[in-house]
Design a protein around this ligand. Structure first.
Ligand code: COA
Length: 266
């Protein structure tokens, strides 16, 4: 499986580990990183020797979410649009479809900020371990956007409507202990122990019979799977529409210029 410098992919002893490695940009995720993750998931799903996939960052940062420079380029009709690529074929949507349908166990170790897709991808993981410095946030509205990864469906189910509304409408961060309370994470540990714990749990999973693991995961998700895929599609259409709107453009420009956005005209 191929790594990129910013997205390390390593397979050993039945475990594929995807490590965000773009610390200077807070592990924000570029198109190339989504493509690497999508390829790794597609291969891990097929490869009988892979039994489990782990997502991790480092002790200080999980991921700042989508690269906002990439967002800005897409909003301006760049990248995929120029190449005649359908928006739904962008690596991010391919990654999310593969993630939501991934048939083997997914484990995540989260320390520091987990922003946007850095949090929503966790809704599709089976086991999530957090450092006590983990900060989860979903600032889609603050960027003039809407939720993705079926988080508009899964978050209200997990948190209850009002807490989900607070997370999604206000976009304010919530910390590891709150995430533990609502069931978004399995355990909170010191950041220095987080990746090691996730790897230890992955090793336990990798030692179990794969067919039983996969069937159990499939059964737990069976009722939800069609709803998740349908919601992701609906969110994708809304996301693309909002991405081209004035609020998103203002938010991206403000971020790039390190100023507060002015939504008074949006
Ligand atoms: N896309 C592109 N670059 C990003 C980024 C993103 N999502 N998040 C951070 N960066 C860059 C910053 O522009 C900065 O670059 P510079 O050193 O060239 O100026 C660098 O990473 C460090 O970021 P900074 O904001 O100074 O770090 P921080 O520790 O003060 O804050 C975060 C960390 C994650 C809380 C903050 O960077 C943040 O909120 N990022 C935006 C998150 C976001 O809105 N993501 C989209 C979700 S849909």
């Amino acid at each position: 499986m191929s790594s990129t410098p910013d997205m390390l992919v390593h397979t050993e002893a039945g475990i594929t580990t995807l490590t965000f490695n773009r610390a200077d940009k807070k592990n924000s995720i570029t198109e190339a990183m989504y493509a690497a993750m999508a390829d790794a998931l597609a291969q891990a799903a097929q490869d009988a020797a892979v039994r489990c996939v782990v997502f991790q960052g480092d002790m200080a940062i999980f991921s700042a979410g989508n690269d906002i420079g990439d967002f800005q380029q897409q909003a301006a009709g760049g990248a995929g649009a120029q190449a005649g690529q359908d928006a739904g074929e962008r690596p991010v949507w391919r990654f999310l479809r593969l993630l939501a349908a991934f048939p083997k166990p997914l484990v995540a170790a989260v320390c520091g900020p987990a922003v946007g897709i850095g949090t929503t991808l966790l809704l599709h993981c089976d086991l999530v371990y957090a450092g006590d410095n983990a900060a989860f946030s979903l600032p889609f509205v603050n960027l003039g956007l809407c939720p993705e990864a079926a988080s508009s469906l899964l978050l209200p189910q997990m948190l209850g409507y009002h807490r989900a509304a607070e997370a999604l409408l206000l976009g304010e961060p919530f910390m590891a202990e709150a995430a533990l309370e609502v069931g978004l994470v399995n355990r909170v540990v010191p950041p220095a122990e987080c990746n090691a714990l996730a790897q230890a749990q992955a090793r336990k999973l990798a030692a179990k019979p794969l067919s039983a693991l996969m069937e159990t995961k499939r059964l737990m998700k069976a009722g939800q799977a069609p709803l998740v895929q349908a919601r992701m599609q609906e969110e994708g259409a809304s996301f693309a529409r909002l991405m081209a709107g004035p609020a998103a453009k203002e938010a991206f420009t403000a971020f790039m210029h390190k100023r507060r956005p002015d939504f008074s005209q949006c």
